[in-house]
Design a protein around this ligand. Structure first.
Ligand code: ZN
Length: 162
């Protein structure tokens, strides 16, 4: 019998490892995303800004499936961070793209910190009938990789003593 938690942990770690490849910036998160089919076959992977400056990891991974739409009804999207629901550029949000792709499950390490927007990806995915699993034991790695971005949040600085 397959231990789903073990499988999830392995793929989420791979997604986090990939997020280290992202070109550095303090204006967007470094995220890695991998789409895995129900039988454990990797379908696509991507990371933030892989092929362009404003591109998100989930979007990059799904774009690789474009043109050959597989049946994703059994697939899981592993993303190091909660899929976005607000984008400053003209792109669709990753949550919209995941819903449209009819992916079955999404596994993330943590919610998007409230630096750029109040993300409601987990809520919107759930409303769309997509199962969401958070593995908080991986959040420390994601925070460390994105420390420079998270530090730009208004509430992130140490309180002034003045
Ligand atoms: Zn996104």
């Amino acid at each position: 019998m397959i231990d789903q938690r073990m499988v999830d942990r392995r793929w989420l770690q791979a997604a986090i490892d990939m997020s280290r490849l992202c070109p550095a910036t303090v204006t967007a998160y470094a995220v890695g995303a991998i789409v895995v089919d129900r039988d454990g076959t990797e379908l696509a992977r991507g990371y933030s800004r892989e092929t362009g400056p404003f591109l998100h990891a989930e979007q990059q991974a799904l774009a690789k499936l474009d043109g050959i739409p597989p049946d994703l009804s059994g697939a899981t999207m592993y993303s190091s961070l909660e899929p976005c629901t607000t984008r400053g550029s003209f792109h669709r949000t990753c949550t919209e793209l995941i819903v449209e792709a009819r992916i079955r499950r999404v596994v993330v390490a943590m919610r998007e910190p409230p630096v750029f927007a109040d993300c409601v990806g987990i809520e919107l995915l759930g409303k769309a009938g997509i199962e969401v699993t958070v593995l908080p034991e991986f959040a420390g790695q994601v925070k460390a990789i994105n420390a420079a971005v998270i530090a730009t949040a208004p509430g992130a600085r140490a309180p002034s003593t003045g």
